[in-house]
Write a protein that binds this ligand. Structure first.
Ligand code: ASP
Ligand code: MG
Length: 449
């Protein structure tokens, strides 16, 4: 392992001059941090996406580009030595101008990535200069030289072996004597075209880079002081969790969507790199450590809620004491690349929920072709408006815990209870309309007493 630490700053953490200065202070406070991964300044990626979708009217386009320019100028104006950075940012703004004109004629995923990458390309010029002006020996590095991906523009797949060897060759040596500032979210394919890992992807970038340089730790600085016991907007008494094990965190899948990009923990898990999540606005409040070994193992650590669940129930008398029925079902699902999340079985029925594999807002659908094929085997019932409640903890199979959990839920209809496959997770479905209340009841009983 390299002895150094990787720190990632999200969009709100680099939103303006003060925010960037806080990042610099965080870097100064940990001499081990040699690699900094940054998002675009808050709001910039959204504006770039709008341009990439194609804005036909030249004035509207110019207005959007001005907004982007203003966000960056407001920071540059506060630098002591703005000249160089100003030139660098203007060069990127020129790319934004020409690419958004091109997109107004015809947009494409490839052009979109070329355009939306500009946010991170600009923020890192400025963040580097903010650090230099505070006396940090910072240099900017273009991560496209290392973060090799396939050419699936918009959601490119990282090529781990190449990233590993390029990082060793180009990045690690630079980190010996510098604090290297680089971009999250972006990469490039083997032909040198710019790619992106998908919205919110800079956490994932940081984790991939940490893995590639074999970092001793990965800090994710965002605008919340860690992962909470549950969403504080639902249960106002929710508290940040000081630590959570990889095993528990993996069962939580869900906190990913809101605080961390869901893939962030994969590289850390593969290499056992501890991950810290904290708020760059209030670093003194601490945050959450996610690691292999944790000191505490409470029965109840967190409560996660995932809305928009699709439950599929398959029913057939042929299933009764028959071999191979499930394998036929899963063969069909696998053929159509349908990923299953939860599953429960009875003698002649199987219920399962569909995994959400895209970033759209709605519930996953069972495509008609899949339904048709399944219907040759059994009856198929699809239900929506369900939410998944997952209770994460330790040794949950122990006596008494289930009673404590279900005891508070007398008044609710519970569907599809999954308990026993992991001693870190107990989860079930409820009607979406009662999901918040269920979380409030459970949080009150299990976390607030
Ligand atoms: N700037 C990108 C986005 O807003 C990536 C990130 O912030 O993680 O999606
Ligand atoms: Mg972000």
């Amino acid at each position: 392992m390299s002895a150094f630490n990787v720190a990632k700053f999200g969009g709100t953490s680099v939103a303006d001059f003060i925010a960037m200065s806080r990042c610099a202070a965080i870097i100064e406070n940990n001499q081990n941090t040699k690699l900094v991964v940054s998002s675009a300044c808050s709001g910039v990626t959204n504006l770039l996406v709008e341009l990439a979708n194609g804005v036909a009217d030249a004035d509207s386009r110019a207005a959007l580009i001005n907004q982007i320019a203003d966000i960056h100028h407001a920071i540059i104006d506060q630098l002591s030595e703005p000249t160089q950075v100003e030139k660098q940012v203007h060069a990127i703004l020129d790319i934004v101008t020409s690419a958004s004109e091109a997109a107004s004629y015809q947009s494409s995923h490839k052009l979109t990535d070329h355009l939306v990458a500009c946010g991170e390309l600009m923020s890192t010029y400025i963040l580097t200069q903010v650090m230099v002006e505070r006396g940090i020996n910072a240099v900017r590095f273009d991560i496209r030289e290392v973060l090799r991906t396939d050419d699936n523009f918009g959601k490119a797949e990282p090529q781990l072996d190449e990233i590993g060897s390029l990082a060793k060759e180009l990045l690690v040596p630079l980190c010996q004597n510098h604090v290297v500032v680089t971009q999250g979210f972006i990469g490039s394919d083997e032909d040198g075209n710019t790619t992106t890992l998908g919205r919110g992807g800079s956490d994932y970038s940081a984790a991939l880079i940490a893995e590639a340089v074999q970092a001793s730790g990965l800090e994710i600085w965002t605008d919340v002081p860690g992962i909470y016991s549950t969403d504080p907007r639902i249960a106002p008494n929710a508290q940040p969790i000081p630590e959570i094990s990889f095993n528990e965190a993996s069962e939580m899948a869900n906190f990913g969507a809101k605080i961390l990009h869901p893939s962030t923990l994969l590289p850390a898990l593969r290499d056992g790199i501890p991950v810290f999540v904290g708020s760059s606005k209030e670093p003194e409040r601490g945050g959450t450590w996610i690691r292999q070994e944790v000191e505490s193992a409470p029965p109840f650590r967190a409560l996660a809620l995932r809305n928009n669940q699709t439950m599929v129930t398959l029913h057939s008398a042929k299933m009764f004491q028959a071999c191979g029925f499930l394998s036929k079902v899963f063969e069909i699902l696998a053929k159509h690349k349908i990923s299953v999340d939860l599953i429960t079985t009875s003698e002649i029925s199987v219920s399962l929920t569909l995994d959400k594999t895209d970033t759209s807002g709605g519930a996953p659908e069972l495509p008609q072709a899949v339904k048709d094929e399944l219907q040759d085997l059994c009856t198929v019932k699809v239900e929506h408006d369900l939410s998944l409640v997952a209770l994460i903890g330790n040794q949950m199979e122990n006596r008494g815990y289930a009673k404590q959990v279900f005891g508070v839920l007398d008044d609710f209809n519970l569907r599809m209870i999954c308990y026993g496959a992991s001693d870190h997770n107990l989860c079930f479905l409820v009607d979406s309309s009662s999901a918040k209340e269920v979380i409030q009841h459970l949080h009150g009983e299990l976390f607030e007493k």
